[in-house]
Ligand binder design. Sequence first.
Ligand code: NAP
Length: 258
Amino acid sequence: MDLGIKGKRALVCAASKGLGRGCAMALAEAGVNLVINARGAEALEATAAELRKFGVNVVAVAADITSEDGRAAVLSAAGSVDILVTNAGGPPPGIWSDWERADFIKALDANMLTPIALMKALLPGMIAKGWGRVVNITSQSVKSPIPQLGLSNAARAGLTGYVGGTSRQVAPFGVIINNLLPGIHATDRAVSLDTGVMKARGITMEQAQAERAAEIPARRYGTATEFGATCAFMCSQYAGYMVGQNILLDGGAMNATM
Ligand code: NAP
């Protein structure tokens, strides 16, 4: 399927590994030129080299997207883009009594205020062109809270509320914003959460992963390739009537009629 976005320009944040990388790969396959970001330069350059194999232009900016300076560097390299995929690392797990104000501020900065700042910076250019796509990578925790990820639950719920309203304010200008909600996917983030389960319960990594997979109707973790393909569709010409939605990719883990 031709997604109709060949030659467009996208900024994909936190894209050297995992889900962000999956999104960048699928967009490159669709012929989209890319600006990609992550903190570590080595993995970022390796991903940029893979993306260039699709024949697209790739600019890599090593920076912390959650810091003001990092965002300024990324936005300056990106210039005007047609597509924005927001992403950053997720907050650490814990229990409700662990988290102080500073922990919440950090989580809100990373997973709510950073995507909002990126949208504020890039939406005007999309509105001026009469075409734009934004996909925010959030989490299944928006629909079904994960008790040990209270910081994530809180920050991503705030972003979801902002997107719900803003997506309807910019849709008249051809600019489409949606959120993409990962359930458990086989990435470094999943390994780090599996390690927490392994240590807390005194079981092996294989047992921890098997137990978590057994709770998913698809009986496996998702892949970054599947996730990226969905993201690319949400950035395509065909997603123009999908406004302010929260698209869940969780192998059926959340048991709900809708
Ligand atoms: P991952 O495999 O750990 O990859 C994270 C990527 O983000 C890496 O490229 C990392 O590179 C980059 N990154 C992290 N912090 C950054 C920052 N401050 N600035 C710029 N780049 C940054 O994680 P993932 O599984 O793809 O997860 C992506 C998002 O989805 C996270 O917010 C996570 O909480 C959420 N999520 C994941 C799952 C899952 O099962 N995988 C489920 C629900 C939600 P550097 O470290 O070099 O910066």
